[in-house]
Design a protein around this ligand. Structure first.
Ligand code: SF4
Length: 492
């Protein structure tokens, strides 16, 4: 997509607006690059105490222009410019494409943040909903959803101990690769052969980070083992990891211990017994859809029957909470079969349900086909997302966390639902950046949060397992320890 931006507006924000109408776009200023690419020309200026934005969008021989004027004072200048630009963009975008984005001009990964802030400042839920609809042009249904989530999160976050933290453990290995996967995840036999040495290094790093957490006087309230698919580990490897973790984390402070057992083809009774014995309190058993043809076409290597078996095993193992993920908008899946999957999964009564919208990132196998995918699935996917949320609510679930990603159809959301009292705490803590998340393993990112909550600093591990293993452990760990100590000294 060709993009020209002038005036006082952040270009990244403008790119996000472009993707509401042209999802998956790559940006360029070079007019010769692709004569058929859509174009956006954006100008934002300040005149007479107003931010004035003019947006011209062109595609396929058609052009639409809109201008919006937003009053501002000194304190709200940035916000007024963004709002003016967003509103002009939405008007031009709608005239050109017919699309009305359901989240209006509310961009960013964490749509609940604004609603939590408003509730904290004493606004009623009705006032927050009206504010989102009026100022950000959020569809009333989405405004109600995010306000409900903000209310639940605010209640849960109010009880969080300031000196708590969470621990994330990365197992970036899977038994095979799903075609929509954009994670760094290793599947070939050669790379799976790294697992034993990966675990040795990982356990050393867990020991180191546990030492730092103790030294800082923090307590671990949630542990999350994610991936990849952590149940790619065999029984012996799983026990080795859980034994190390539980020997280092104080069980009295631990509120939640999650392990992603995402792929039903990697779950068995023995592994679940080991998880239960070491105190795992939440597992994800995911199917994404129960349509066997779709499962096969996306390379999931399991059937709906395998999912039901794995789910039953987890229930029989008496793991406290089970989460199940579903994805709306998978290629080849229509509303009919997706709604049947929703109904069947809800009948199982998992404690948590997470509804994702398909997101095509560049790493996914079918990224080259993304424009066709977006267009084919646009209205169907919105219907699937609406149905999933309505069905969960009607079945007694409450929405408790939400996030958005770029490059999803209609910029649709991912929402976690829970039976009341079973909310996945790590998801809320991580999304709302309430406390530090210390992360170990290849591809992991630690996120440190200051006492005031206003400062965030990230520490990145080596991305790939072979880099992680090849690196001299001492140097990287020393650097990490120094960064963590310096952050806590200056911000706590
Ligand atoms: S199970 Fe998840 S991490 Fe593994 S290949 Fe599939 S999408 Fe990627």
């Amino acid at each position: 997509m060709k993009l020209q931006v002038s005036g006082n507006i952040n270009e990244y924000y403008v790119q996000t607006l472009c993707m509401l109408f042209f999802p998956g776009s790559k940006f360029s200023k070079n007019e010769k690059e692709d004569p058929f690419a859509p174009c956006a020309d954006v100008c934002v200026e300040n005149r007479e105490a107003c931010a004035i934005a003019t947006v011209t969008l062109s595609h396929a021989g058609r052009t639409a222009t809109a201008t919006h004027k937003e009053p501002c004072d000194g304190a709200e200048k940035v916000s007024a410019e963004r709002i003016a630009c967003g509103k002009a963009f939405l008007e031009a975008g709608k005239a050109l494409t017919g699309i009305t984005p359901s989240w209006g001009i509310l961009t960013g990964v964490r749509p609940a943040k604004l609603a939590i802030d408003s509730l904290t400042r004493g606004k009623s839920k009705q006032e927050v909903r009206s504010f989102l609809a009026r100022e950000y042009l959020v569809n009333p249904k989405k405004a109600a959803l995010v306000t409900d989530i903000a209310e639940t999160e605010k209640r849960i976050l109010s009880g969080v101990d300031k000196r708590s933290c969470s621990l994330y453990i990365s197992i970036p290995f899977c038994p095979s690769r799903c075609s929509y996967c954009s994670f760094v995840s290793f599947t070939s036999a050669k790379l799976l052969g790294l697992l034993d040495s990966y675990l040795v290094r990982l356990c050393q790093d867990i020991e180191n980070i546990a030492g730092i957490i103790k030294h800082l006087g923090l307590s671990v309230s949630t542990v999350y083992i994610g991936g990849g698919t952590p149940t790619t580990l065999d029984e012996k490897q799983l026990e080795q990891l859980l034994k190390t973790l539980t020997s280092l984390v104080d069980p009295d402070s631990l509120q939640e211990f999650t392990l992603e057992a995402g792929r039903p083809d990697t779950v068995n009774e023995e592994k679940l017994k080991i998880m239960k014995a070491y105190g795992v309190s939440r597992v994800s058993i995911n199917t994404q859809t129960l349509n066997d043809d779709v499962l096969e076409s996306i390379g999931r290597k399991h059937t709906a029957a395998d999912f039901f078996r794995a789910f039953d095993m987890a229930r029989n193992a008496q793991i406290k909470h089970i989460n199940t993920d579903l994805i709306a908008g998978l290629p080849g899946e229509g509303f009919g079969s997706f709604s049947e999957s929703i109904d069947a999964v809800i009948r199982l009564r998992p404690d948590n349900l997470t509804f994702h919208t398909l997101c095509i990132k560049n790493a996914a196998d079918f990224a080259h086909n993304k424009n066709r995918l977006y267009m084919n699935t646009f209205s169907e996917t919105s219907k699937c997302v609406d149905y999933s949320q309505l069905s969960a609510k009607n079945a007694g679930y409450v929405p408790y966390y939400i996030y958005r990603q770029k490059n999803t159809v209609d910029n649709l959301e991912n929402v976690g639902f829970a039976l009341p009292g079973t909310e996945g705490l790590y998801n809320i803590y991580m999304m709302e950046e309430i406390h530090s998340i210390f992360a170990v393993g290849a591809g992991a990112v630690s996120k440190m949060v200051s006492r005031s909550g206003e400062k965030i600093e990230r520490i990145f591990e080596y991305k790939y397992p072979y880099e992680y293993l090849a690196a001299p452990d001492g140097a990287k760990n020393l650097e990490k320890v120094k960064k963590i100590e310096a952050f806590y000294q200056t911000t706590w």
